[in-house]
Write a new protein. Sequence first.
Length: 317
Amino acid sequence: MNSLLHIAFVFSFSSLLAQHTDMINSNRPGLSMAAFSVGKNVFQMESGIYGIREDHNLSRYNSNGFGVDLDLRYGFLFEQLEVIGNFKYQYDKYFSPLVETTRSGFRATTFGAKYLIYDPFKKGEDKPNLYSWKANHKFKWKQFIPAVGVYVGMNFGFANEDYAFPDEPSMSPKIMVIAQNHFGTRWVLVTNIFYDKFTTDYKSLGYILTLTRGFNQKWSGFIENQGIKGDYYSDSIFRIGAAYLLQNNLQIDASISKNFKDTPDILYGGVGVSWRFDKKYKPVKIESDEDGGKRVDKKKKDKKEKKKRIDEVEGGE
């Protein structure tokens, strides 16, 4: 998920720590984008290698090859803001009744920014009821209230002409609305609704639904469905995969994808890695309503509270 492969555990341990979390939050190996950013001054790289096979029944062509995808994410200016660069490079062999050739080049290049506009966790989690087991385990309707983010990006026409639509413009916009639900501490649902290349003849409207399940603090798995509706290309693609947390800032993953038609019939799978550099991150604690709903520097707050306790002791003497 996008998919957000360890977020369920992350929020169970650090629900009050702004966007940045103890464990890496990667969109891999799914294609959906999470609502939360990586955190201010945090850099994250998500990359993988994949193999692909396409077989078009009507056009009577097929291609086989491999590619590399790379996402670069950086928390910029605010906790809620993230700038993103997406790149995909592919090499394949193309066969048809009249053509047999080798192709290589960028298949997609997109730059954009994402902003979290609503965070249901900013007030912290509900305090446990010390007198009622039932109250602590009852069904909570508020879990259906999602975190909401928006994304605005631009596609750049660096793609090999063999991978692009005929006379496709060199630049085209993409917008997206992102919703993210947490069901308990193990399930996360991410929903992306996007409108791509809408200023061109090749516009498409689509969605991505990613459901992630955390099995323990190391392993997680996901299922995902992507739908695309356009005048030139429409499809429905199903994905499944898993991820393993090697370290808090390092994750590996594997996945496989398949669509539901033969124009073209697409099958691809791959492995990848996500790595986060957060040495420049300064912890920011989201205070509850009892503290005025303010965001404060956690280190400064701890230092201030320590000084207050010393003053109280000296005053008592």
